[in-house]
Design a protein around this ligand. Sequence first.
Ligand code: HEM
Length: 287
Amino acid sequence: MTEETLRDSTARPDTPDAGAQPRPAADPGPRFGEQGGRLTYGTYLRLAELLDQQVPESAPPAHDELLFITIHQVYELWFKLLLAELTDARDRLLAGETYLPRVRLERCLTVERVLVQQVDVIDTMTPQDFVAFRAKLAPASGFQSSQFREIEFLSGLKDPGYLARFRGISEGERRRLDARLAEPSLWDGFLAVLAKAGFAVETAEQRFAAYARIAGDRERFGPLWDLAEALVAHDQGFALWRARHVLMAERQIGTKPGTGGSAGGAYLRSRVETRFYPELWELRSRL
Ligand code: HEM
């Protein structure tokens, strides 16, 4: 920005021209953004704290460790947003709403596409550059991402066995995961909406009868069908991430075991078939 434009953009609209008669202008009050006058971009976003959190373990720092830390932190920020959106969707479903839960799920799907896409960034790291610092981070592993597991639990995939396998879990993480296991999932919310619409949802047979009616009469049950499709899309978003993550991991470490102690690629492959809503996938085969 030139000095001139800077001066222009900061000039008050009521500043009198040089030489002109001063006008008794009404005080326009503070300009938009000046009301509080407390915040800057950096203080609002807590950038000093945020940008102080990328601390490499290698010394001298291996070049790619900053990338590795940054990408994981970015994932965790998106996971935090997903948890907020999915929690709100679940609460609204339990209250019988359909419109906003679908809107929330659509935002989640858009974020999930970003999660898959940004694997491209880590693929720019070569395996030999990863080896330069990998030993430093063991036994830390993405397996210990409690937000990732919270998303799974909240979506409906509740595996309490995970808590037993999570080494070094903090008290706060355990509390949050226990709470997610105990509270209703998105799937419970979906079934609550179906029940409110008059469908019996106790047994699998009843539920498949409900899905078939909804699928067969979209004119009448459009919002319920759209909701079911939004759940499938969310499920697909995570399935795509799991598939992409295996390739990312194998591209870096081949058949080596993971830093978290699993068999590595073989373990991740066993997770690729995981689905949040198997009944909605099964429905396809029955139509
Ligand atoms: C160099 C890149 C990466 C490699 C080589 C890698 C490797 C692995 C391996 C081998 C596992 C299995 C557990 C273990 O034994 O450690 C794992 C799990 C996991 N990783 Fe990664 N990972 C990479 C990047 C990422 C990134 C960027 C994320 C984003 C958050 C991530 C999230 C996860 C999650 C959530 C799991 C648990 C998956 C499950 O249990 O279903 N990983 N990773």
